[in-house]
Design a protein around this ligand. Structure first.
Ligand SMILES: NC(=O)c1ccc[n+]([C@@H]2O[C@H](COP(=O)([O-])OP(=O)(O)OC[C@H]3O[C@@H](n4cnc5c(N)ncnc54)[C@H](OP(=O)(O)O)[C@@H]3O)[C@@H](O)[C@H]2O)c1
Length: 335
């Protein structure tokens, strides 16, 4: 697929350059209509290239049943807008049903379309495995099948590993890992039966590298990444796709909603989160990964990509850098 894309892109550039050269070569003669049409069609081609993803989104996602968790704020809310605009039949889930209703009303107001499927709102608490399974069953029953699951809900954490209570470690694993699996595994059998479906999990760059004072969060996201990597291979020839997206900081309420080592609300907007990418940019990148069936995508600045590389190629240097970071207290709560 990627090779086709690259060849297609190279073809467009070649055609465009050929047109420009043909005009330059005939500068002395009169400018003819034929060349003008060639230039215009070349420009239209380039414009189409830019719009390709938008149209791909509209054609590929139209009518698809999408279960979107964590749709009540942040990245999930931005995704709800894009998916609704693309004509998806959306099922929005999280704990705060009033916020989901707000998102539902706002997406319907913002994107008035000829074909409208009003989003369906369902309550989901990932902290309770059984109720998460129930919510997933209810989501499956709405249209009788699910085409795409976007497992986006999650919580973060700030604290020192040595001071973190076991119940906080368990809470992070439950919400960011076990709860996600409860939803995913409830939907998976029907996807396997239909030999069609796409599971996209929103992890984090901290699912690829662990940084100080984020132990419980990084552990839960590493677990999610590992599970998805195993699952992807198992279902590859059974019609089901698995994508993991790993963003760096996004400007959302995630740090405010984070829990501390003792389970209290952190309730602060960290500078790193405040200076992160916009939810719109992150949502576009998530959709790009979905539409291009990418197994995984890092949605990160170069610095974070290099850190991931370093972790795998020269781990000792990465560990030394993290020790320095911990000693300096970077990312420690209360600093
Ligand atoms: N923001 C970042 O810097 C960043 C970076 C990398 C990865 N991510 C990941 O991106 C995803 C979205 O986070 P965000 O940044 O958009 O933060 P957010 O605005 O705090 O959104 C988190 C969402 O998860 C839902 N949620 C939390 N606990 C839940 C539970 N127990 N059961 C069901 N839903 C629950 C929340 O809804 P309710 O409160 O209504 O339940 C909310 O809709 C998360 O998986 C996060 O780890 C974020």
């Amino acid at each position: 697929m990627r090779l086709c894309h690259m060849l297609g892109r190279a073809g467009y550039i070649f055609i465009f350059l050929a047109m420009v050269l043909s005009i330059l070569a005939s500068r002395s003669s009169k400018f003819c209509w034929f060349q003008a049409i060639l230039v215009l069609s070349g420009m239209a081609w380039l414009y189409a290239l830019r719009m390709k993803d938008k149209w791909k989104r509209i054609f590929e996602l139209e009518g698809k049943v999408v279960v979107l968790t964590g749709a009540s704020s942040g990245l999930g809310e931005a995704l709800a807008h894009r998916l609704y605009a693309a004509g998806c039949r959306l099922i929005l889930l999280s704990r705060r049903v009033d916020q989901l209703e707000r998102v539902k009303q706002e997406v319907m107001m913002a994107h008035r379309r000829a074909t409208v499927y009003p989003p369906v709102v369902l309550e989901l608490d990932l902290a309770q495995t059984q109720s998460a399974q129930q919510a997933a069953r209810a989501a499956l029953a709405v249209f009788g099948h699910v085409d795409i699951l976007i497992s986006n809900a999650g919580i973060s954490y700030r604290g020192e590993a040595s001071e973190t209570t076991p119940s906080v470690d368990a809470q992070l694993m439950q919400v960011n890992y076990l709860g996600q699996l409860a939803v995913l595994k409830t939907l998976l059998p029907s996807m396997l039966e239909r030999r069609a479906g796409h599971l996209l999990c929103v992890s984090s760059v901290q699912g690829r590298i662990a940084i100080p004072y984020r132990s419980a969060y990084a552990a839960s996201k590493h677990a999610l990444q590992a599970f998805c990597d195993s699952l992807r291979a198992e279902v590859a020839d059974r019609g089901v796709l698995v994508t993991v997206v790993s963003p760096s900081y996004i400007r959302t309420e995630l740090s405010r909603n984070a829990v501390t080592a003792t389970g209290d609300a952190y309730n602060k907007l960290d500078a790193t989160t405040a200076s992160g990418m916009s939810t719109d940019e992150a949502a576009d990148r998530v959709l790009d990964a979905l539409l291009h069936h990418r197994p995984e995508t890092l949605i990160s600045p170069l610095k974070d990509r290099l850190a991931v590389l370093l972790r795998h190629l020269v781990p000792s240097v990465f560990f030394w850098l993290m020790e320095r970071r911990a000693r300096a207290g970077t990312g420690r709560p209360g600093r």
